[in-house]
Design a protein. Structure first.
Length: 325
């Protein structure tokens, strides 16, 4: 099943085909399956046991980052885009639910679009919760339970200037020079540190601006991403203070830092990445757990260990039983 899902291209925005394949498979397994419309032919897939509300819902995302990479395998691993992030996880969750339903557990599954871009599928799903007590969200944690997941704050820094001929820089005002000064100030900031989960980090992901080498730039901008380890209020204020007089900051997206539920006897970790969990607040107390390593997700050689994939089925079942007990 992992390879079948990987072989269906589902880059964010184009999840309809993989959603349809999951829908058909879950119908064959005799679940009550619904397509939850999201936007432009995109939909989440919800599977329950008849009309009975699930006590515990397994969830992960079915979109991937580009480019599409078809599946392959060797004796130890399955390769391809989405192998660990997160189509192998979806397959493991289906296998776990098949086992749990035979033991009488009230389980459900929620497969979501858009996690890699804006969590739109999760936001739509959160408008129609089923009253579940627990949510087991699947992301590649190497079968360890996350005690927390860092949040994300996306910031656009924009500087303005005045165009002039580059032979006479005194007649202009360089937006690029302003932006570079602003970014240097931000790089020197002391970022928050949470003793339980580690430091907040910052990445300058995009820089753009200017018109030509012989023109003083009248516009320049940068896109930054901070990984949050707590509330963002003081960080936002410090960013604005640091760049005052040089540039403007626009806070375009925030995914909050999230502390998570664990169960005894399972190794733990801190997820430095963000998930759909903050957008699924109405689906029960969250747990973050899944096979595969985040360090190979989004790479050209993404893979999932077959051993971890099979272990995840047992682990999902064990965690579900402990939570429901």
């Amino acid at each position: 099943m992992t390879r079948q899902l990987v072989d269906i291209e589902s880059i964010s925005g184009n999840e309809a085909a993989v959603g349809a394949a999951l829908y058909d498979e879950l119908c064959k397994l005799d679940y009550c399956v619904h397509k939850i419309p999201v936007a432009h032919a995109r939909f989440n897939v919800l599977a329950t046991l008849g009309e009975k509300s699930p006590e515990i819902v397994f969830s992960t995302h079915i979109d991937t980052v580009p480019p599409f990479i078809p599946s392959s395998e060797d004796s130890e691993n399955i390769y391809g885009r989405g192998a660990c992030d997160a189509k192998g996880i979806a397959a493991a969750q289906i296998a776990a639910c098949e086992r749990l339903r035979k033991e009488g557990a009230a389980v459900g599954m929620l497969f979501l679009v858009g996690e890699e871009r804006d969590s739109l599928g999760a936001k739509i799903a959160n408008e129609s919760p089923l009253g579940s007590r627990f949510l087991i969200n699947g992301e590649p944690t190497e079968n360890r339970m996350a005690v927390a997941s860092k949040g994300a704050l996306r910031v656009e820094i924009v500087a303005g200037g005045k165009m002039a001929h580059s032979a006479y820089p005194e007649l202009g005002e360089s937006a690029i020079e302003k932006l570079l000064q602003a970014l240097d100030r931000l790089r020197q900031m002391d970022l928050p540190n949470n003793p339980e989960v580690g430091p907040c980090t910052m990445n300058i992901g995009v820089i753009e601006g200017g018109r030509a080498p012989n023109v003083i730039a009248d516009h320049a901008g940068a896109q930054l991403l901070y990984r949050l380890v707590g509330p963002s209020d003081s960080l936002r204020a410090e960013i604005q203070k640091r760049i005052a007089g040089l540039a403007q900051a626009e806070f375009v997206l925030e995914i909050p830092f999230q502390k998570l539920r664990t169960v005894p006897g399972i190794e733990t970790m801190v997820a430095a990445f963000t998930t759909d969990i903050p957008a699924l607040s109405q689906w029960g107390e969250p747990v973050l757990l899944g096979p595969g390593s985040i360090h190979v997700a989004h790479t050209e050689r993404e893979y999932i260990s077959k051993k971890q994939l099979l272990q995840a089925v047992d682990l999902y079942c064990s965690v579900a039983k402990q939570l429901l007990a």
